[in-house]
Design a protein around this ligand. Sequence first.
Ligand code: FMN
Length: 354
Amino acid sequence: MKVLAVNSSARTGDVSKTEIMLNYLVQGMQEQGADVEVINLRKKKIRYCIGCFTCWTKTPGTCVHKDDMTHELFPKYRDCDICILATPLFHYTVNAQMKAFIERTLPMVLPFFELRDGVTRHPPRHESPSIVILSVAGFPELSVFDQIRSYANYLYKSKLIAEIYRTSSELLSQPSAQKMLEDIFQATAQGGRELVKHQKISVDTLARMTAPITDFERMAPIGNLAWQTCINEGVTMGEFQKRNMIPRPESIETFLPVMRMGFNPSKTGDVKAVIQFNFSGAVKGHCYLAIEHSSLKAETGPAKKPDLTIDTPFELWMDILTGKADGQQMFMEQKYTASGNLELLIKFREFFGN
Ligand SMILES: Cc1cc2nc3c(=O)[nH]c(=O)nc-3n(C[C@H](O)[C@H](O)[C@H](O)COP(=O)(O)O)c2cc1C
């Protein structure tokens, strides 16, 4: 079985969530014996369709443009058994590179009109390969894919053998989501194997591949903080991620989800401890972090029996958290105080270093 995987993401490696999902799918297909070729559209020269219809008249089946689409991609598309169209969701549909690719498959059909299932269509010049659409999107709701789903189904009809829509894509490289991601990635490889074996993906496997990983309530506070931090620091989101920057909390309510996200259960072992913060200055109030059996409870208000109590100006602790101030030095200079089990203070960065 010949598979052509067309990836239209402009990004690469771990930064490209399209590529992450596609790699697992391709891995599964290869394990099942398929001959898979991955084409990255960002490396190809594909001119826009100019609507001259030369491919329908003067040179039937061949586009007028002399570029990578005509010389390489179109013949590969025409001759493969399955074509995976892997695209980031941009403005609720395929991105521009993918749309340019799709438009340039016009020589696949003849110019004539025929009525099929009550609608006007062009008859095929070549039989279309089976199509798999894979798309990733930043938003958490599945409905974000409504337009691409409708488009893909209208365009490819019965040739569309699988639709893989991965929400909350930007979490795909998030260490704190690794456990959930493991199953998504395993299921995606399984989906690849099923595609080669049965030309479809089972309902169960697809549900695992596309399982929700977050929702608006969990995503928005952290996401908004991260964007605000980028704006304040004058860095791109790519630089923010590369430098392992931390979204700077602006309130106790946003401090708590940042701590939940940063919590590293692999470092806490069997530690059972409660750390309380008494914040002063611009943001006043109490909150606590209760670590038990590698799980974390992060709540507002004072704790009953804290093992460590930190009294600090809010902004100072946020400076320490985001690496703008040295925690040890600030402690020596008595800019904040800590009482109780000071070992917890020393280990703080380790426990919340995700
Ligand atoms: C121009 C642009 C438009 C986007 N439009 C949407 C959108 O409509 N819905 C959505 O959920 N995410 C949207 N996103 C987020 C991307 O789908 C998301 O970041 C995805 O992971 C990008 O794929 P990549 O990681 O392979 O680059 C958009 C991103 C960009 C840059």
